[in-house]
Design a protein around this ligand. Structure first.
Ligand SMILES: CC(C)(COP(=O)(O)OP(=O)(O)OC[C@H]1O[C@@H](n2cnc3c(N)ncnc32)[C@H](O)[C@@H]1OP(=O)(O)O)[C@@H](O)C(=O)NCCC(=O)NCCS
Length: 172
């Protein structure tokens, strides 16, 4: 499979494949269990993960990053809202294995995802980020996302209210 973004010797970003399910699910469930990146405390079962990934594989909206021969992270985009008026706006998600944070994997994934969404003809990418997630805010700033605003107490996890920072990148 042809990589769509490659930083020589470090990280290779390529379209996700069915065989990536276990690695992707492990990263996603770790984030559900240990962070406020995903606002649920319910881990995905393998069947739920497979169904979720299959939608992305059909749409071509999932990438994985390989580093050291292993899946080090993944990124997906999905419709921001379901009504057809929102059809040119997608929401991105980037997740990197904890032991690979801060090494440029998230940047490689987001670069690939933005290119992929642009090629697919989308107009706007939205990032919905827990306001205290400085790494994700910084990652999105790095790629030119503008701060739209922060919704106070938009959600709840681990028994505390969470604020939602919304960021936006125009693609066209
Ligand atoms: C957010 C995340 C995807 C960033 O990926 P990463 O591979 O660690 O990020 P990178 O190494 O590419 O760094 C991107 C930028 O963020 C900064 N950054 C990374 N980790 C940081 C941290 N803990 N605190 C502050 N800045 C940080 C980097 O310095 C870099 O900015 P710079 O170009 O100004 O130096 C990763 O930390 C992660 O998977 N977190 C858990 C899941 C999550 O929160 N996903 C986002 C949901 S909205």
């Amino acid at each position: 499979m042809v990589p769509i973004y490659e930083k020589p010797g470090a990280v290779k970003v390529r379209p996700a494949a069915p065989g990536d399910l276990d690695a992707v699910l492990a990263i996603r469930n770790h984030a559900i269990e240990h962070s406020t990146a995903l606002w649920t405390e319910t881990k995905q079962t393998p069947a739920e993960g497979a169904a979720w990934l299959a939608v992305h594989l059909d749409r071509g909206s999932a990438l994985v990053a390989e580093a050291g021969g292993e899946v080090a992270g993944f990124a997906v985009y999905a419709p921001w809202r379901e009504l057809e008026g929102f059809r040119h706006t997608v929401e991105d998600s980037v997740y990197v294995r904890e032991d690979r944070h801060g090494l440029g994997v998230g940047s490689a994934l987001l670069a690939g995802l933005i290119s992929s969404a642009r090629r697919a003809g989308h107009h706007t990418v939205i990032a919905d980020i827990e306001a205290g997630n400085v790494a994700s805010v910084r990652l999105h700033e790095r790629f030119g996302f503008e701060h739209v605003g922060t919704v106070r107490e938009a959600g709840i996890k681990f028994g505390r209210w969470l604020d939602l920072t919304i960021m936006r990148l125009p693609l066209t």
